[in-house]
Structures are given as structure tokens and as C-alpha cells.
Design a protein around this ligand. Structure first.
Ligand SMILES: C[S@@+](CC[C@H](N)C(=O)[O-])C[C@H]1O[C@@H](n2cnc3c(N)ncnc32)[C@H](O)[C@@H]1O
Length: 198
């Protein structure tokens, strides 16, 4: 299983954001939606070996975590609006102290980014433009990739991520998180099919 974690520093933690203003009222919920669809959707297919964890750490009631399992999810489409509706449904279904399935394959809880990082430390791969060049890295068989949003990581989180076994760069340029996801999954697809990445 490949896990992809995205930290939404300002991503709205309640369902009352506006679908017509995902960047503003949603605290860059558009970034979360794009990362989700880049992680799971192929053209007319879905990546069943990928799970996505969106850490929504923005107002008004953080933290909220939405987990989406590629092998179970239903109703996920490429457009941001319908993806945001699924995330709103998840936030509406939230119940304190337990993980709730809101629609098939989508789960909501009050786990924090820190919790998720702690639970997955042994297989953590931090996406960082200053990391080791990804083509020359040996990835774990069940990697848990961690990416920041438009803001990146807080200094306290950087301290936590410092213990991660691997820190990789997918490009010499600073890219959007959703673009990094496409590149890293491309690397894995090529490895699985026995092709060299270089
Ligand atoms: C738009 S970037 C964040 C930019 C933010 N201003 C910063 O300084 O962290 C979003 C995330 O994508 C990932 N990222 C961006 N470019 C990358 C690269 N070349 N290699 C690996 N990860 C990258 C990092 O995880 C980053 O936190």
C-alpha cells in the first residue's frame, strides 16, 4: 500500500466552506482536492493500491483528517467541485473520538498531522525540494509520502519530520504538491513495470 499524506495548514476543518470559493473560504481546499485526485485517479481508472490522508489543520475546529482508500472509494471524479462535496460530506459525518466512514472509502477523524506522522514514521518519505534526488533513492515497498501545501511545514513539524528515514526531491524546481504526486507515482509505476526511471 502506498500512502500519501498532505498537510493543509489552513484547510477548513468544518463543512461550512463555499464550493464557489475553495481557495478563500476553504483555506486552499482546492489544493487538497487536486492532491486527492492526482493521487487516486487515472484516466477511466483508479489506483487501488493508494490511500490518501488529508490533514485539515485550518479553522474553525482543527484537527480533522480525511482518509480516502483507493480500493474502496466511490463517486470520486476529476473535478474539484464534486471532490470538495465529498470532503464536505466527510466533515459533516465527523464524530468525536472515532473514525467514521462518510461515503464508501472515505473516512473522517480528529487525528492530527502529528499523529499521522508518528504512526507512520518507519515508512515515511518526506517530499522536499532539497532532498535526495528521487531516481537514485531506494523507496520502501510500502512508502508513506508526506507533502506540504502552499505553505509547507511549520518549524515544529520540520523537527518531527527530521527523524524520517528518507527525504526525496522529484525536481530541481519547487513544484505544486499535486504535481509532485504525479511525478512520484510515475516513478513507482515505472519501477513496478521493470523500467528504469533514468
Ligand atoms: C508548493 S510546495 C511548498 C512551498 C512552500 N512555500 C515551502 O517553502 O515549503 C508544496 C509541497 O510540495 C513538495 N515539493 C515541492 N517541490 C518539490 C520538489 N522539487 N521535490 C519534492 N517535493 C517538493 C513539498 O512537500 C512542499 O511542501
Amino acid at each position: 500500500m502506498i500512502t500519501i499524506v498532505i498537510k493543509g495548514n489552513k484547510a477548513h476543518s468544518s463543512p461550512d466552506f463555499l464550493l464557489k470559493d475553495l481557495p478563500g473560504s476553504g483555506g486552499r481546499m482546492d489544493v487538497m482536492c487536486r492532491c486527492l485526485t492526482s493521487s487516486l485517479l487515472l484516466s477511466h481508472d483508479i489506483r487501488t493500491d493508494v490511500e490518501v490522508i488529508l490533514c485539515l489543520e485550518g479553522p474553525p475546529t482543527p484537527p480533522r483528517t480525511i482518509r480516502v482508500k483507493g480500493d474502496k472509494v466511490r463517486y470520486l471524479s476529476p473535478d474539484e467541485r464534486s471532490t470538495a462535496i465529498l470532503l464536505q460530506k466527510a466533515l459533516r459525518a465527523y464524530e468525536p473520538g472515532r473514525e467514521v466512514e462518510s461515503t464508501p472509502g472515505i473516512y473522517v477523524s480528529d487525528a492530527s498531522f502529528k499523529d499521522i506522522v508518528g504512526e507512520n514514521m518507519e515508512r515515511l518519505v518526506v517530499l522536499d525540494e532539497n532532498g535526495d534526488d528521487m531516481p537514485s533513492c531506494t523507496l520502501p515497498s510500502d512508502p508513506c509520502f508526506v507533502l506540504g501545501d502552499h505553505i509547507g511545514f511549520e518549524p515544529e513539524e520540520e523537527k518531527l519530520l527530521h527523524d524520517a528515514p528518507l527525504r526525496v526531491s522529484v525536481s530541481p524546481r519547487v513544484l505544486h504538491a499535486s504535481h509532485c504526486i504525479v511525478l512520484l507515482l510515475n516513478r513507482i509505476d515505472r519501477d513496478v513495470n521493470g523500467q528504469s526511471f533514468l
